[in-house]
Design a protein around this ligand. Sequence first.
Ligand code: C2O
Ligand code: CU
Length: 490
Amino acid sequence: MTRRYAGCALVWAVCACRPDAAPADKQRTHETGSTTPSDGGGGDDGGGDDGGGTWSQPMFAAPPEATDLDDRPDVIQVSLVAQAISDEVVDWPTRSVLPIDGRGYNGSLPAPTIRAKVGDTVIIDLLNEMDDPTTIHWHGIDVPFGMDGVPMMGVDPVLPGESFRYEFVVDKSGTFWYHPHFDTANQVDRGLYGAFVVEDPDAPAVDRDIVLLLDDWREDQSMPADADMVHGAHGAEGLWTVNGLVQPLLALADGERVRLRLINTSNQGYVALSADGGLTVTARDQGALPSPEVAEVEVLAPGMRAELLWLPGAGAPEVLWDRAWSLAGGEAFGEDRVVLDLSFDGASPSASVADWPAAVEPPAADPSYTDWVYVFQGSAHTDNWSINGEQFPEVTIVEVSEGSETILEVRNLSATEHPFHLHGLTFELLSRNGIPPAQRSVHDTINLALYDVVRLKVLADNVGPWMLHCHILPHAEGGMMTVFSVVASE
Ligand code: C2O
Ligand code: CU
């Protein structure tokens, strides 16, 4: 059944009456040549513009790890303070610096990585020291609705100066992330995000487990949504960073087994990752794949994650590339860009993948009926985006009962790609344009290429009015968002 929702738009944007333009001090624009690393701006990397350290390739740095304030073994307690941060991105290949009027947690861009293991209770105390309300959404983790960070239907945002305690149990492993769900396109764009790793005690061991948060930055982060700025869409591109660094160099040793946990935190940019000889993908956004896949290109739309197994040694690839990708049609004409450089000796052999699970688990059979159809439409020219012809918050709520299995068909009828994202629940991909995936494939975010029709199976195992939206955040803000509600069965 369905019902109408025309609630508060605050769940996404600040408010309809908010002046469109950000205050003048938020509109810092970098003019090439007028800013040097030595003129202040919060950089802590010192000056040194004469062939010194600033313009050389930075070494890879992982985000800080969150401190667990609780000494019980099954409880993780973290405190996060959301605040304004001024920072800069050093584009060393072009010898320019992009000042960032950022927002971050605990003074750090990117924010600390929260690590837990399956079954842990996680407690996060958020203190909002920003001038605007905020919330935290735990992307990909199924939490109770009151903990989901979506300020609607009785849940309030965390006002400036206020705090809120999030508490939930993590019951599955994977690479997840956290970000605000209030004024989302703006706050995420300014840097409010961090990785949330839930470790799987049964996963094959690796020597190093590395988090890589991919984001793109442009001259004015406060710019209103402009689809023309999406990576590759019409040629204009932002400056991509890995944990805030442009093309960092990651030093590895031959024979190590390395897990790279990649998260696309950009609010609208895509990456299409590749490496010579292919990428070994061991997990996607809902955890380990039944068996690793070798992917020629791994497309990460905003919100999506992938775990790669990297085996440095003789003949192993030394560069993680980003291929040219167009939101108006996929692989595009253009140059590959370096995302990450790796250095290792390459004289001795690589470790093996031998103990990784090898049994392919087939996808669920498609029952061929459809419970609900979602049609994604809109235009970058008008910036009007809709699902089934409706724009949030004037939407029809689909209601399903707890425990039921629902088959969704999602159709992209617009001339741009969209990452379809569902809160509170996960879904299995049954088919894309009639073709089932090679193995069972469970997601919380899935990319819709042009005119794609994807069929998904959702198990309604978590009660609540769950957001269903495009994870190109300016599209969500432009209306491409609705509510899929799981109602308790009495
Ligand atoms: Cu990461 Cu509603 O989103
Ligand atoms: Cu979209």
